[in-house]
Design a protein around this ligand. Structure first.
Ligand code: KMH
Ligand code: ZN
Length: 309
């Protein structure tokens, strides 16, 4: 029986701003709706961020995050992966706050610091006309900011997640972060086998090429041994690289956090449309997609009734 593939939908993120697409979910209700539609299209996991309902600016408000995750949980059985990456410029404490408060089954843990540069999108916001005055400074500000994830942060976030049986989804943007993961596995901070999300194509991280993905997976096998993994890629690289990941036996992440388009010049109306697309590709390759409970069983997640929401 071929392994079933796990589809994750990253529904809103903190990369894109409202003027880049009218379909980017902003309010809790829109984020919930997009997550449920992604589940209905075949996603086993949704990855969520919170935004200011009025301005769409990424925020670290735990109450808004609670509204989002409770709303999703009420409507479907999907696994919810809460971000601890938040947005560039957020404090480390604010980014971590949803874990003790909401005790999710799964949460992102960024495995190292990088430049996370979003400024090239500012010109598109300018061209489209900025709906909100925070958008252009937010994007341009990333030109001179670091996305901080020190070893101290890694250990602090990981031990906090361990305390609440929240499984870390390790976000890896570059090769050296694989060594960081090996270090914390050897230190006994990170539990085996880890779950790695290779995120390619971020300006400041490794570019999204087949060679880079295959090298990262190979290097991780040498440094870490056994691990679960998935691949996400930014923008136009989303489908080529997630299709490559499928061919390599990996899992996949799509969603409007990573890519606003369904194809060249065609905006995706929801993350669910991208889920449908990658599911079709997977099925053409002979893969079935796993249900949330099948992913829970494989990964040993604590179950949706054991969260704090
Ligand atoms: N928005 C990026 C700064 C995560 O969710 O942990 C970080 C991010 C990764 O989205
Ligand atoms: Zn994210």
């Amino acid at each position: 029986m071929a392994k079933k593939i796990w589809i994750t939908a990253a529904v809103t993120g903190a990369v894109h701003t409202p003027s880049l697409s009218p379909y980017l979910p902003i309010t809790p209700e829109e984020i919930i709706e997009d997550a449920v539609k992604a589940y209905e299209a075949g996603a086993a996991v949704v990855h969520v961020h919170a935004r200011d309902p009025k301005t769409g600016k990424p925020i670290s408000d735990v109450k808004v995050m609670e509204k989002i995750v409770s709303g999703i949980k009420k409507r479907c059985n999907v696994i919810i992966c809460v971000t601890t990456g938040g947005a560039i410029g957020m404090s480390l404490a604010d980014r971590l706050a949803p874990i003790p408060a909401l005790k999710p089954e799964l949460a992102s843990l960024n495995a190292g610091s990088i430049n996370f540069v979003l400024s090239p999108m500012a010109s598109t916001v300018q061209k489209n006309g900025a709906k909100h005055d925070w958008e252009i400074p937010y994007l341009e500000g990333t030109y001179d900011m670091i996305f901080p994830n020190t070893f101290y942060t890694f250990e602090n976030y990981c031990t906090t997640m361990n305390e609440y049986q929240t499984r870390p989804e390790l976000e890896v943007y570059d090769v050296a972060m694989i060594n960081n993961i090996a270090y914390f596995l050897n230190k006994g901070v990170l539990k085996k086998p880890p779950y790695i999300q290779f995120v390619l194509g971020i300006l400041g991280g490794l570019p999204a090429t087949v060679e880079h993905l295959s090298y990262m997976v190979k290097y991780a096998k040498e440094q870490i041994g056994d691990f679960f993994w998935s691949c996400a890629a930014a923008g136009r690289y989303q489908f080529p690289l997630t299709a490559t990941a499928l061919a390599m036996g990996g899992n996949v992440r799509v969603g409007l956090e990573d890519n606003l388009y369904l194809g060249p010049g065609v905006l995706a109306k929801s993350s669910g449309e991208q889920v449908t697309r990658i599911k079709e590709i997977a099925e053409r390759m002979g893969f079935e997609s796993a249900s949330p409970d099948e992913v829970r069983d494989e990964m040993g997640l604590k179950g949706k009734d054991n969260t704090g929401f």
